[in-house]
Design a protein around this ligand. Structure first.
Ligand code: BGC
Length: 514
């Protein structure tokens, strides 16, 4: 009871200080009023244990194959697009690192499981390396070593009572398929479905939660501001071909699971969607912000999760008009046939949400140009994305604004008909310090928004911290750290050390309180 009262007092004093900070900000006044009313109601009337996560709520952490496994060429493993990129163009990775060894999880998977145990996790999300399991990219050869590695990891987790959440594909396409056009080639629909069938048949008996494809938005579009393999400099066509192919590939894999595995294993499938919350800078920016949602989120979510399916109508027209004005004879975003709309629509059992940050959106002023990273979509939409002065800004694309997460959750819940939202990534990029108090505050404040959303009836069933340990952060290499555990990359043993945030998170999973 004492702890409970203390938490209420802490909660109120936090809101009081927020009131002080936001008082002069007229754009935020309405939101603030809502927040105050809500917190009074929340504290005053929400039963005896408003601050506790339900026992069925799953806490987890995540990683992905190329970012942690290393062992890039052991046994019969094939080459992935990341192996190829870092070996042919090492200069593109900050600090010149690569994932050849990374965290060496291929050898140190027992230690990874031990860390999950130390954190008291209910789930561990990892991905399967396509070229480790299918060295040629096709199911003509299934690697025994690849099979054993993932079987060991899955069985080891289950022995400790930790549920594996498995991503079938996380940014590391076999180079053999990239050579044929990769995600821009419609044949990838069959290549991916064949691969997914092997994965489901080998591991489906022990895995319930599947993420077919990680963040298709970043997979297709992250290539063009040039921070992901295959590192093409073609912003006009490839991303849109990929956009359609990735959705159809997910859908075919989902339908295949329905036909061959669902009755036996009854798993849950989705793809994981990256959502930034976009806040209009002024009321005049609301319309363009709505269009930006459709550009970033809608293009990947609407065809699957909306009732009507297909591309978001306003955006499809906007992009077609732009293409016409630019002299293209066909829309750059390939239209869906009505059969494809039906194939894709409804191919989900839950919503896998990945959320990191919020951005303030405003139209570009005359003569203004977009800054470097948050370029995706900015030029098409003629907008700029930035941080609000009241948010804690971490770098040029990242600011802490937990209320944006809350808005995101409510938006999702009202926009689509969802029975379950599972947060499959949420984390913060910081420096190497083991005492990472800002990360503690980030996770605490974002988890707090989940609690509030849960009490408002948003069906969130799990939360996954990105990431279990520092790892290869794509073209940022090892210069940025997201990990609950720090990893010493100069030590051949890749020693892992719990950060302050790991201890905090372990306490949350143990007490189910913040
Ligand atoms: C990706 C991870 C990445 C993280 C941080 C997510 O978009 O799934 O692979 O490391 O963001 O950038």
């Amino acid at each position: 009871m004492k702890v409970y009262l203390k938490q209420i007092v802490e909660r109120l004093s936090r809101y009081l200080s927020k009131i002080k900070t936001f008082y002069t900000n007229s754009v935020r006044k309405m939101y603030l009023a809502g927040l105050v009313v809500f917190s009074v109601l929340f504290v005053g009337c929400c039963g005896s244990e408003p601050l506790r996560f339900p026992t069925w709520f799953k806490f987890g952490a995540a990683s992905s194959a190329y970012q942690v496994e290393g062992a890039w060429n052991v046994s019969d493993k094939g080459e992935s697009i990341w192996d190829y990129l870092v070996h042919t163009r090492p200069e593109i990775v900050a600090g010149g690192g690569n994932g050849d060894v990374a965290c060496d999880s291929y050898h140190l998977w027992r230690r990874d499981i031990q860390m999950c145990e130390e954190l008291g996790l209910d789930t561990y999300r990892f991905s399967i390396s396509w070229s480790r399991l299918l060295p040629s990219g096709y199911p003509n050869i299934i690697s025994e070593d690849g099979k054993n590695y993932y079987n060991n990891l899955i069985d080891g987790l289950l022995e400790k009572g930790i549920e594996p959440v498995v991503t079938v594909h996380h940014f590391d396409l076999p180079q053999s398929l990239q050579d044929l056009g990769g995600w821009a080639n419609p044949l990838i629909v069959d290549w991916f479905t064949d691969y997914a069938q092997v994965v489901f048949s080998l591991f489906g008996d022990r895995v319930t939660y599947w993420v077919t494809i990680n963040e298709p938005f970043i997979l297709c579009e992250g290539v063009f501001p040039l921070f992901l393999a295959p590192y093409y400099d073609d912003p006009n066509i490839g991303r849109y071909l990929c956009n359609k192919n990735v959705l159809v590939a997910h859908a075919k894999a989902y339908r295949m699971y329905d036909d061959l595995f669902r009755s036996k294993y009854n798993g849950k499938l989705s793809l994981s969607t990256l959502f930034f919350w976009f806040e209009p800078a002024t009321p005049e920016d609301e319309e363009i912000t709505d269009l930006m949602f459709e550009f970033w989120e809608g293009r990947y979510a609407h065809p699957i999760f909306s009732k009507e399916g297909g591309w978001p109508v306003k955006l499809e027209k906007n992009l077609a008009d732009n293409a016409r004005m630019e002299g293209y004879s066909h829309p750059r975003l390939p239209p869906f046939t009505s059969e494809e709309i039906d194939l894709v629509r409804g191919t989900y059992d839950y919503f896998a949400l990945q959320h990191f940050t919020s951005r303030l959106v405003r139209r570009l002023r005359p003569g203004e140009r977009n800054p470097m990273w948050p370029l995706i979509g900015s030029s098409e939409m003629g907008i700029i994305m930035e941080s609000h002065p009241s948010w804690v800004s971490v770098n040029d694309w990242f600011a802490i604004w937990p209320q944006g997460f809350h808005k995101q959750l409510n938006w999702l819940n009202t926009t689509y008909d969802l029975k379950e939202i599972f947060i499959t990534e949420n984390g913060i990029p910081l420096g190497p310090d083991v005492d990472d108090t800002l990360r503690v505050e980030y996770h605490r404040s974002y988890l707090e928004q989940i609690l509030q959303a849960l009490h408002e009836g948003v069906p969130i069933t799990g939360y996954t911290a990105w990431t279990l340990m520092d790892n290869f952060e794509w073209v940022s290499g090892y210069t940025v750290q997201f990990g609950l555990y720090s990893v010493n990359f100069t030590d051949p043993m890749r020693t892992r050390t719990p950060r302050t945030s790991a201890k905090y998170y372990a306490n949350v999973t143990r007490t189910r309180m913040l």
